[in-house]
Design a protein around this ligand. Sequence first.
Ligand SMILES: Nc1ncnc2c1ncn2[C@@H]1O[C@H](COP(=O)(O)OP(=O)(O)O)[C@@H](O)[C@H]1O
Ligand SMILES: [Mg+2]
Length: 446
Amino acid sequence: MAKKKTLFECQACGYQSSKWMGKCTNCGAWDSFIELTKEQIEATKELAKASPSQVKAITDIGEDRVERVSTHIDELDLVLGGGLVTGSLVLVGGSPGVGKSTLLLKVCANLAKDGKKVLYVSAEESSGQIKLRANRIEANHPNLYLMNELILENIIAHVQSEQYDLLVIDSIQTIYSNEIPSAPGSVSQVRAVTFELMRLAKAQKLPIFIIGHITKEGAIAGPRVLEHMVDTVLYFEGDSSKELRLLRGFKNRFGSISEVGIFEMTKKGLVSAKNIAKRFFDRKHTTAGSAATVVMEGSRPIILEVQALVAESGYPTPKRSATGFDASRLTMLLALLEKKLELPFNQYDVFVNIAGGIKIGETAADLAVIAAILSSFRNRPLSAETLFLGEVGLTGDIRDVMMLDQRLKEAASQGFTKAIVPSKPLQKIPLKTFVVDSVEKIIDWM
Ligand SMILES: Nc1ncnc2c1ncn2[C@@H]1O[C@H](COP(=O)(O)OP(=O)(O)O)[C@@H](O)[C@H]1O
Ligand SMILES: [Mg+2]
């Protein structure tokens, strides 16, 4: 008798293995493997099959023309690289309530007003619920069609029979294909649905937005496989309890990913946030453990508040926790403070938080993190008009940051009068600068 062939698949990243594993060797997720049924294995093979294509010399190939349409939402156009590319598949990810449905319904309405025919497919909310939102954000237009549907085949059949200029799928985790016998939201389903949508986008030159929910850890719930399949991946960041949201490009086959869209959630929906520099920073009075810095989001400077809490630890191994800041970088900075300044941080719990739900992705905020930690440790507030900029190296040296002048100009225009920096700015900026070249100097300054 032939041995039954088994195949297991990680529900977090789609990695397949002939053996069950407690921890995925590919993405590190725990307890994420499920055994695929015979039908699922067949379906996986089906997806892998591709028809043989023609081979040509690169010199004989003409380039694809990239056509773009404006969504009439400046911040979104910016992140997309100058507008939406026709025939592209764009994934918009974010945590629940961050504003994915709101933004894309508005995009639909804007294109509908341009004379385009638009279909919004929802497998999450009833048409009546979407209508309520449309009333609130002024998205009513006869060219905008709603479809309540869960089954992919029905959506594709309908889209093929009508000529649409834009399709929105809300959400990828709730739509399923009849051909795949596993539950909606599972890796096999999400992969198959995305694959079919990609084909549809290319065949009909139809731009498609797909909405995906992401888990707390920041991955699209279940399938990270999605990121590799689509043309563009945009993620929403921000606290759903606050109004400001960032839309960050994570991957873009048609543009750079350096720009970030900044939105504000208002009664009328998500609107481009004006005067953003100071929006994330609302420190009214200074308290110990708070330090200001400027990060660059694409080409735009944003002032952020770094908060730290240092408290005597009741544990043999003290706690370290960072929200919006790289946790291993925090550990490194603390080790450095311990060694260079001989501070007993091994007996203290340290928590660092970036106010406003923003994630800092650059090293220029290191000095502000150190300043906030020292301020909390000594229980001494820092001046509210002082700003900290600088990358901290492993040897305790403070290194230059890029676009220093631009950051300082922004800070000066927002009322900061002093800045602790690794080097003098090149231009004359109405703000006093103190140059520090090592972490020891910071203590002297304080
Ligand atoms: N009447 C309202 N006024 C202002 N904001 C609202 C109102 N109703 C809902 N919202 C905002 O819209 C958000 C929901 O956005 P939504 O687009 O449904 O998010 P997602 O699709 O990402 O889950 C809520 O977090 C809330 O902030
Ligand atoms: Mg939604």
